[in-house]
Design a protein around this ligand. Structure first.
Ligand code: CTP
Ligand code: CA
Length: 229
């Protein structure tokens, strides 16, 4: 990818991508997690690198191989992901695809929680995790020039996504329906809507790689405009 980094449409662009789920420990052997595979984020990191960007991929636990030509930083919890993201700044573009756990257990037991003959299950007390995307959007100074969020919804996708874009303060938002019947979460395909300040587009169902390449090309258009401004 060395030649692309000198001559590709994203040459000179620094990109940060978050991907995968986070694992939030309950005790040394148990954690809270979600069904994210990391596929869409890894494909985006790869596509940006292939267009010449300098890409850091901060990834929660997944079973995917490291994309070629990308700086991969692995982590486990939302708090670790937040710290690695902040260390990776400054960047021109941030793409937050990670399915960050919204909550974590309030405390992590130092030893495996035992039944101990008590028939009552333990209560799960949760506390909120940092919102990495919202934090990136609110950075001043240091906000990336383009912040792209993802919205995983299971109902009324468009309305939820538009509200989410406003609430988070991101520039673009990629929304998808992750209801089990779509097979998107964990699968090879995606069907997304892209919401930008100019409006909303519905993209046809395509592979996650094709979504990644299409999004990377759009970032290329943005980068071109930035550089010729
Ligand atoms: N996100 C993040 N940090 C969090 C939660 C979410 O960076 N703690 C990012 C995700 O990477 C994604 C976007 O925010 O780009 C939206 O995530 P999503 O879970 O759809 O939205 P939430 O604001 O968490 O709302 P909810 O889960 O209630 O729909
Ligand atoms: Ca969430």
């Amino acid at each position: 990818l060395r030649r692309e980094q000198e001559t590709g449409p994203l040459a000179g662009l620094r990109a940060l991508v978050t991907a995968g789920p986070t694992h939030e420990p309950l005790d040394p052997v148990r954690y809270l997690a979600n069904r994210s595979s990391g596929r869409q984020g890894y494909a985006i990191a790869q596509a940006l690198a292939e267009l010449g960007a300098d890409v850091t991929l901060v990834s929660g636990p997944v079973t995917l191989a490291a994309p070629v030509g990308v700086h991969l930083v692995r982590c486990e919890t939302a708090q670790e992901m937040q710290a690695h993201v902040m260390q990776a700044l400054p960047c021109d573009v941030a793409v937050c695809t990670a399915a960050v756990a919204d909550w974590r257990p309030e405390t992590e037991a130092s030893q495996k929680i035992k039944k101990n003959g008590d028939m009552r299950p333990p209560a799960l007390s949760l506390v909120p995790n940092p919102d990495i995307l919202a934090q990136l959007c609110a950075l001043a100074p240091g906000r990336p020039g383009l912040v792209i969020g993802f919205a995983a919804e299971t109902e009324t996708v468009q309305a939820h996504a538009q509200a989410k874009r406003q609430r988070k303060g991101c520039d673009w938002l990629v929304a998808n329906d992750v209801s089990p019947q779509t097979g998107i979460m964990g699968g090879e395909h995606n069907e997304v809507m892209l919401i930008t300040p100019d409006g909303m587009e519905t993209w046809p169902r395509m592979s996650k790689q094709d979504v990644a390449e299409k999004l990377a090309a759009r970032v290329g258009g943005w980068w071109h405009d930035v550089q010729s401004a």
